[in-house]
Design a protein around this ligand. Structure first.
Ligand code: IMP
Ligand code: MG
Length: 167
């Protein structure tokens, strides 16, 4: 396993993102809507650095089997509380083709939040198939399959404290 982004770099960058979100949402309640399962470490690292009233909501969608995108998005577990009128930030581990977020954004907008933005820890711009605006991006990376800090390869490696890749 090779380290692409170490623990300190992750923490430093996520703290910067947290400060930006605090600024943009001054005095507001924020709903962090995490996409399971990969967003968990990122969501927590962001949330613990934000002083706003932060609420958690989770949704599980899948589009991937192994390392290949099937191009299909399915909702396996939906949110449990209403997001109507709320200021929602979708929290995602990585934007790859952009299919998952394009689909989920449309799906969630139909629930009438007051606002809906996206925070992604990683982005692989060269892989994009769907044009999707992502307001907060932690790191842009090249086209490499990465694991750790929530990201998996067949459900493995999510608990690594860094982002790595296998040669
Ligand atoms: P998209 O719909 O193609 O943007 O895919 C997004 C999803 O694919 C992410 O939520 C990840 O679960 C998965 N994914 C994309 N690239 C990687 C990677 O390099 N490592 C692990 N999972 C990935
Ligand atoms: Mg995912």
């Amino acid at each position: 396993m090779n380290v692409l982004i170490n623990e300190v770099k992750l923490q430093t960058r996520i703290k910067e993102m947290a400060r930006q979100i605090e600024k943009d949402y001054e005095g507001k309640q924020i709903v962090f809507l995490g996409i399971l399962k990969g967003s968990l470490p990122f969501l927590w690292e962001l949330a613990k650095n934000i002083k706003n009233d932060v609420r958690f909501e989770f949704i599980e969608a899948s589009s991937y089997e192994g390392t290949e995108s099937t191009g299909k998005i399915k909702i396996n577990k939906d949110i449990t509380d209403s997001i109507e009128g709320k200021d929602v930030i979708i929290v995602e581990d990585i934007v790859d083709t952009g299919r998952t977020l394009t689909y989920l954004k449309e799906y969630l907008l139909a629930k009438h939040p007051n606002s809906l933005k996206i925070a992604a820890l990683l982005s692989k711009p060269s892989r994009r198939v769907m044009e999707i605006g992502v307001e907060y991006i932690g790191f842009q990376i090249e086209d490499k399959f990465v694991v750790g800090f929530g990201l998996d390869y067949d459900q493995k490696y999510r608990n690594l404290p860094y982002v790595g890749y296998i040669e």
